[in-house]
Write a protein that binds this ligand. Structure first.
Ligand code: CO
Length: 499
């Protein structure tokens, strides 16, 4: 069977490499050419693209979807959906998630890759049902993570459950690029033996293993993999499409994509990418530190920033020690948006306050009260008591505690909202959407382009200042700065192999 290729250039690749800043105007000129390639699907929407379009680009994300759909007619469009968080950062009421899914299908979305940050399938139920009702393809996702409680059996059990919930296909999602080739082989074999649905693999090159992971995944029977056109690949992005296509040529897995045509697309994105140089992260090669500390790419740099703001950068080693403890207290959640931020921020607080959980972020309080769902194993009950006091945590589906939000959003948005799509944008990002609507009502137009250009220039300036600061204060990432091997990492690997 040929392996399906999903190209991520229009979503994850620029989310990972260019802070999600690629504009619709830079996506459209190449859309028709990409449609001719014969990809399994094109990942073009969801994740952070929705928020970023409204917030920074002053673009209507719905308009982007429609514009892409009008040019990409043969290849299924794919998006990343954060379960009950949809494309936002908190749980929304069911009516918002339902409407979002329905409108996404109506505006042209085909495949919905649905995941939950703590792998709680109850947080995926509403999206599953809404996508299916609207006629979309439901791809149920297992988030891969390394922890003492995540085993091959965990992944298989969850895959089975997602199949029972009506998934049309499955995805193993390695959002942090932590999956190694041998483990990938074992997990994929096990899932394929247990469930007869097509299985996709999503990984990142951050740790340098993803290209190898894909080969082992293909040997293990994976049905499709996520790659990025070469000029948008590697670093913290996906493995390059062309290299995999060339690797598989003449084998039984040959996706038979035209390398010359792919090269033309690569040249296009190489040019476009230069425009966004201000948003490049400074990780281009392999972030070997990830192999040691096993934290997702952005997590360490976020914490360093948080510490720097407090003038406490020297406390980083303590924070890195604290982090696996906090994660354990929270029941070993996978580290992905938003759990990675929650664990990271609380670890900083625990260290800086000199007493663990003396000060607690609102997110951790909500998490311990059950509002993010059921973590892989129960949370630390002592910590829970300390934080919640007499308050009793919920154990049922978090969204059952959220009253409908859509009509209130419609009323609040008022005349600003010109469509149901606007109402949903507003329900998820009230302030950001309102700013956008006002800008649009004022005519948008070229002067706003100038504002955007100035904003980009300012960001570039900030980045230069940051880099300069990093150069004078050696950053403790990479090299030998972090001598850190959490005990659960070793335990996790052993468990994984036995499971
Ligand atoms: Co990703």
């Amino acid at each position: 069977m040929p392996v399906g290729i999903t190209d991520t250039a229009m979503r994850d690749a620029h989310q990972s490499l260019l802070a999600t800043r690629m504009r619709t105007a830079d996506l459209l000129p190449i859309a028709e050419q990409m449609d001719e390639i014969g990809y399994h699907s094109l990942e073009v929407w969801g994740g952070a693209t929705f928020d970023t379009a409204l917030r920074y680009l002053k673009e209507d994300p719905w308009e982007r979807l429609r514009a892409l759909k009008s040019r990409i007619k043969k290849t299924p469009l794919q998006m990343l959906l954060r379960g009950q968080n949809a494309v936002g950062y908190r749980h929304y009421a069911d009516d918002v998630v339902e409407k979002f899914c329905e409108l996404s299908v109506q505006n042209g979305m085909d495949i919905f890759r649905i995941f939950d940050a703590v792998n709680d399938t109850r947080n995926m139920e509403t999206a599953f049902q809404a996508v299916r009702r609207a006629g979309g393809h439901v791809q149920g996702t297992v988030c891969y993570t390394i922890s003492p409680v995540f085993t091959i059996q965990t992944a298989v059990d969850m895959a089975r459950e997602l199949a029972q919930m009506g998934a049309d296909s499955l995805c193993l999602k390695d959002m942090a690029g932590l999956l190694d080739p041998m483990t990938a082989y074992d997990i994929i074999r096990a899932i394929k033996e247990a469930v007869s649905l097509p299985l996709a693999l999503h990984s990142h090159c951050t740790s340098g293993m993803a290209d190898m992971v894909y080969i082992k995944a293909i040997e293990a029977g994976i049905d499709s993999v996520d790659t990025a056109i070469s000029s948008m690949s590697h670093g913290t992005s996906q493995p390059p499409t062309e290299s995999l296509v060339a690797t598989l040529r003449g084998t039984r897995w040959d996706p038979k994509l035209d390398l010359q045509r792919l090269t033309d697309i690569a040249e296009y994105f190489a040019k476009v990418r230069r425009k966004y140089a201000a948003f490049e992260s400074n990780i281009f090669g392999v972030d070997a530190a990830v192999l040691i500390h096993q934290m997702p790419g952005g997590m360490i740099s976020n914490m360093v920033n948080q510490l720097r703001e407090q003038g406490a950068e020297s406390r980083l080693p303590e924070v890195l020690d604290e982090m696996p403890r906090v994660r354990e207290d929270l029941g070993f959640p996978p580290l992905v948006t938003p759990t990675s931020q929650i664990v990271g921020a609380q670890s900083v607080l625990n260290v800086l306050m000199g007493e663990r959980y003396k000060v607690v972020s609102n997110e951790v309080r909500q998490y311990l009260a059950g509002f993010y769902g059921r973590p892989p194993v129960p949370v630390n009950s002592e910590v829970q008591r300390k934080v919640l006091g007499d308050r009793v945590a919920i154990t049922d589906r978090p969204a059952d505690h959220i009253a409908p939000e859509l009509e209130k959003a419609r009323a609040d948005a008022g005349a600003h909202a010109q469509s149901d799509e606007d109402v949903v944008s507003y329900a998820m990002f009230p302030q950001v959407a309102k700013d956008f609507f006002e800008w649009r009502a004022a005519g948008g137009g070229p002067e706003k382009e100038i504002v955007a250009a100035i904003a980009a220039a300012l960001t570039a300036e900030q980045r230069r200042a940051q880099t300069a600061a990093q150069e004078t204060t050696p950053a403790p990432r990479g090299g030998g700065g972090i001598q850190y091997l959490p005990t659960w990492r070793v335990a996790g690997r052993q468990r994984l192999q036995r499971g």
